[in-house]
Structure formats: C-alpha cells, structure tokens
Ligand binder design. Structure first.
Ligand code: NAP
Length: 181
C-alpha cells in the first residue's frame, strides 16, 4: 500500500505542547510526517527569536518520543505567495495531505489541489507562541507550556537572555503577535 505522508508547517517560536499534541494526532492519520519550519530565515526578533537550527533541535528532540517517521525541513519565506507551494515542494519529500489553520496556507495549498485538513487548536488560552514569548520577556513561568526538549534547547542557546534583550531593542520593542491575533 502507498505511503501517506502529511505536511505540517508552522513557525514554532517556540514549539509548544499544542504543536506536540497536534503532531501526535496527525501521526495517527499518516504513515510519515514532514514538519516544515516556516520563516526559517527569521531569528533574533521578538516574533521570531529562534533560528531554524534551534527550532530543528526543539522539534527533533520532541519527535524522538513520537512514533512516526518524520523529516524536519527549514523553509525560508519568499516574496511571492503565488509560487510558495512550489518552493515548499522543492524543499520537502513529496506529501499527500496538508495540516494547517493558517488561512493563507490553506488557500495556497487548496489552489494547488492538495487535500488540506484543519486541525483542532489545543488549549489556546495557554498554548500560544505569542503568550509564551511574552511570559519569557516578563520573567513569568512558561516552562509548563513546552516539552522538556524545548526547555533544554532554549537553555543551551541562552534563549531567555536573547529574547529579553531583543525585546528591548526590536523595532517597536514588542511582539506584534501572530496572524490569528
Ligand atoms: P504562523 O503565522 O506562524 O501562525 C499563525 C497562528 O496559528 C499562530 O497564532 C499560531 O500559534 C497558530 N497555530 C498554528 N498551528 C497551531 C497549532 N497546531 N496549535 C495551536 N496554534 C497553532 O503561521 P503558521 O501557519 O504556523 O506557519 C506558516 C508558515 O508558512 C509561516 O512561517 C509563514 O511565513 C509561511 N508562509 C510563507 C509564505 C511565503 O513565503 N510567501 C506564504 C505562506 C506561508 P503559535 O504561535 O502558538 O504556533
């Protein structure tokens, strides 16, 4: 029987328990999973504090405990949305089904005739990249919202000090939030 490969993309700034639960769910529906690290070229800002390499460490560490063959692929943003799907295809193993809640991502893949599934967002009151970044900047507890491998990566790269530093120097000095507000 043919292998079903799923594609899941996010910025993962940082990868949190909501992302982990989503991966666990998707893993029950596909044989293999491609995790695309979006905005791979962005780092050292309040909205995107971690590099693609650091996010790869987080995701690889977490997925080691999830029983699905997987590939982690950094994806730089490009200027033209109209060719973004081709860009993704050129960087990733072939995939059959796309998982996303992002309206632009959904639209672009549907126009390219992919099956797109819109997964449930989990515990959005707590599990939101923006909120976790804000809590780090404010020195409020955040560790219970992310897997241990993410805490370990952030510690290894001195991520707390980086994020607090860029929060004082990034344009506007704050987090401009994500597309879902
Ligand atoms: P995003 O802009 O990173 O996030 C959108 C919102 O959806 C965020 O609030 C995010 O929350 C939330 N979210 C996504 N998946 C979630 C989940 N499973 N559970 C809880 N919340 C979830 O967009 P994205 O869809 O995650 O990533 C799309 C990536 O594709 C971006 O890097 C974007 O730049 C890229 N892209 C590029 C182009 C281009 O280059 N032309 C075109 C389209 C898309 P969290 O912050 O908590 O994750």
């Amino acid at each position: 029987m043919a292998t079903t490969r799923g594609f899941l993309v996010g910025r993962f700034q940082p990868f949190h328990h909501g992302h982990r639960q989503l991966v666990e769910e998707v893993a029950t529906e596909v044989d293999e999973l491609v995790v695309g690290i979006g905005s791979a070229d962005a780092s050292h800002t309040v909205r995107n504090p971690f590099t693609a390499g650091e996010r790869t460490m987080m995701i690889t560490g977490v997925l080691a405990d999830i029983d699905v063959r997987h590939y982690v692929v950094p994806l730089e943003d490009i200027d033209r949305n109209a060719v973004w799907v081709s860009h993704v295809e050129s960087m990733c193993p072939p995939f059959d089904v796309v998982y996303s809640n992002n309206p632009l991502v959904i639209r672009l893949f549907e126009e390219a005739n992919y099956e797109v599934r819109d997964p449930q967002l989990i515990d959005r009151g707590r599990l939101r990249g923006t909120t976790i970044r804000e809590r780090i900047v404010a020195s409020e507890p955040w560790q219970d919202r992310v897997p241990d491998a993410v805490i370990e990566t952030i510690r290894e790269v001195d991520g707390l000090n980086r994020l607090r530093k860029v929060a004082t120097t990034d344009a506007g000095g704050g987090d401009d939030g994500d597309s879902d507000g």
